[in-house]
Design a protein around this ligand. Structure first.
Ligand SMILES: *[C@@H]1O[C@H](CO)[C@@H](O)[C@H](O)[C@H]1NC(C)=O
Ligand SMILES: *[C@@H]1O[C@H](CO)[C@@H](O)[C@H](O)[C@H]1NC(C)=O
Ligand SMILES: *[C@@H]1O[C@H](CO)[C@@H](O)[C@H](O)[C@H]1NC(C)=O
Ligand SMILES: *[C@@H]1O[C@H](CO)[C@@H](O)[C@H](O)[C@H]1NC(C)=O
Ligand SMILES: *[C@@H]1O[C@H](CO)[C@@H](O)[C@H](O)[C@H]1NC(C)=O
Ligand SMILES: *[C@@H]1O[C@H](CO)[C@@H](O)[C@H](O)[C@H]1NC(C)=O
Ligand SMILES: *[C@@H]1O[C@H](CO)[C@@H](O)[C@H](O)[C@H]1NC(C)=O
Ligand SMILES: *[C@@H]1O[C@H](CO)[C@@H](O)[C@H](O)[C@H]1NC(C)=O
Length: 409
């Protein structure tokens, strides 16, 4: 600081001497390019300053971008109409050669030189003097964010990648944050690649484990960049990629009936998404025409519930019949839940007892329900053992099946 203060009067003195020199008409030509660096936003106007002073010299003045073999003429004062993007700041001035370049783009990034040429003996333009160069950086905003997710629907518990991309920005520094429903989540480092003309592209990936209750949720990517007043945001609705298969319960009601009366088999499909589900009923493999369907019920967190039921006459001829409810959810493999009607003879009376036990079949969420009808009256209601195939009965389901006996008053 002290140094500058001391030197300043000296510089002024030298300048004053020059200016006051009576021989100023013959002052040497001098070209001045004052800007070292200019940062300009894409789409805006770039101003490149250049002033000349002193003796007129024959030959062109041009603005060149780059030096050496890579140079490109940006403006030539003799042929202004060939450069439609450029206008002079002070039209017609012999000393202020400043130019404006309209609608600057990232590809305009580079070093610009104000150059004075002179003529050689053969009348060709040769370099006379040039400015020290102005380095132009074009700030460019990142393009709108694109957030992509898995190609196919996935089930709860699966961890899937979500990717946020943007491009065409400058400078390179960029910040990315991820949120799931406004709660920050951790992501890998974003990948930044140079795209073209000093602009960059960014890609950021986050792994998210989907949950059953994620239907109304979304993941959001938030990007911060020096060109932005407010961060850019892009969201992805998890309902687009989530598939929650239904939990199916098969029921037979009432829990005890008399022979030749109606038993209702109900298939309850709980907590599924999307709401695409089709259901059909089979009796011994033959489609049952008469089925009833409840209204599609929307539960909390965007999940759905649906009920379907069929009425079956508990006749003796139907002993051993299989009643199946086949559920197709969202184009997936059908799941088969079936019940077998058993009519058993009981020692005393003609009370008909029902019991049910659910066991898993081959189908992923399929099950078999055994529906027992006992024919004879009995005071003490003894349900065990059920005549079910011993190899296929799941223990949990078995216990579920034991609580259903009731007495005829
Ligand atoms: C550049 O030139 C314009 C027009 O003559 C002038 O207004 C401006 O002050 C100059 N800027 C610099 C940094 O010299
Ligand atoms: C600009 O490029 C041309 C053609 O490549 C070359 O002849 C000329 O010498 C270059 N001028 C400067 C100042 O680098
Ligand atoms: C870079 O981003 C731009 C603008 O968003 C896009 O057009 C271009 O395809 C991207 N390039 C690559 C290699 O991702
Ligand atoms: C049940 O119905 C069949 C014919 O539909 C009849 O033969 C039988 O006696 C009936 N049984 C009872 C217990 O009502
Ligand atoms: C469902 O299971 C029943 C009994 O096991 C069978 O008869 C029926 O063909 C099955 N249906 C489908 C679609 O798998
Ligand atoms: C099915 O619905 C129809 C009309 O909605 C009704 O008449 C019938 O009783 C229902 N069946 C069962 C088994 O609920
Ligand atoms: C879901 O239902 C809609 C409307 O009924 C249908 O266009 C679409 O194809 C279904 N999707 C699947 C996977 O079945
Ligand atoms: C129903 O079928 C089972 C198995 O085939 C048999 O044990 C039972 O006696 C049958 N019930 C009647 C009432 O015929």
């Amino acid at each position: 600081m002290v140094l500058v203060m001391q030197q300043l009067p000296l510089v002024c003195l030298m300048l004053l001497l020059l200016c006051k020199d009576p021989g100023v008409g013959a002052q040497r030509f001098s070209l001045h390019q004052p800007q070292d660096n200019v940062l300009v936003a894409a789409g805006e106007t770039l101003t490149l300053n250049c002033t000349v002073s002193g003796m007129a010299v024959v030959g062109a003045v041009k603005w060149l971008k780059g030096w050496g073999s890579e140079n490109k003429t940006i403006y030539d004062y003799r042929t202004p109409s060939s450069f439609p993007r450029v206008i002079r700041a002070v039209r017609g001035s012999d000393t202020d050669l400043t130019i404006h370049i309209r609608n600057v783009q990232p590809e305009d990034t580079g070093t610009y030189y104000c150059v004075k040429f002179t003529k050689n003996d053969r009348g060709e333009d040769v370099l006379f003097q040039r400015g020290r160069g102005t380095e132009v950086s074009v700030q460019a905003k990142p393009s709108p964010l694109i957030v992509s997710g898995p190609e196919q629907r996935v089930r709860p518990g699966e961890s899937v990648p979500f990717t946020c991309t943007t491009g065409g920005f400058f400078p390179k520094e960029i910040g990315v944050k991820w949120f799931k429903d406004n709660v920050p989540i951790r992501a890998q480092q974003p990948q930044i690649t140079e795209w073209k003309d000093k602009t960059y592209n960014m890609s950021s990936t986050v792994m998210v484990t989907l949950q059953k209750n994620d239907v109304p949720s979304h993941v959001t990517c938030e990007v911060q960049h020096s060109t932005l007043l407010a961060p850019l945001r892009g969201s992805f609705q998890l309902s687009r990629v989530l598939r929650v298969p239904p939990t199916v319960e098969m029921r037979a009601e009432p829990s005890s009936v008399e022979l030749n009366t109606t038993v209702t088999f109900t298939c309850l499909m709980k907590e599924f998404y999307p709401p695409n589900v089709s259901i059909s009923w089979l009796e011994n493999g033959k489609e049952m025409k008469v089925k009833n369907l409840s209204r599609l019920l929307e539960l909390s967190r965007g999940l759905f519930q649906l009920r379907s039921w069929v009425a079956v006459q508990a006749m003796e001829e139907k002993n051993g019949s299989t009643i199946a409810c086949v559920v197709v959810h969202d184009g997936q493999a059908p799941a088969n839940y079936s019940a077998v009607l058993w009519i058993t003879n009981v020692a005393h009376g003609d009370l008909i007892l029902l019991g049910l036990g659910i066991l898993l079949e081959k189908a992923l969420f399929g099950g078999v329900l055994y529906y027992l009808i006992k024919r004879k009256k009995s005071k003490a209601l003894e349900m065990l053992p059920y005549p079910v195939p011993p190899h296929s009965l799941a223990p949990r389901a078995w216990s579920q099946g034991m609580a259903t006996a009731s007495s005829d008053v």
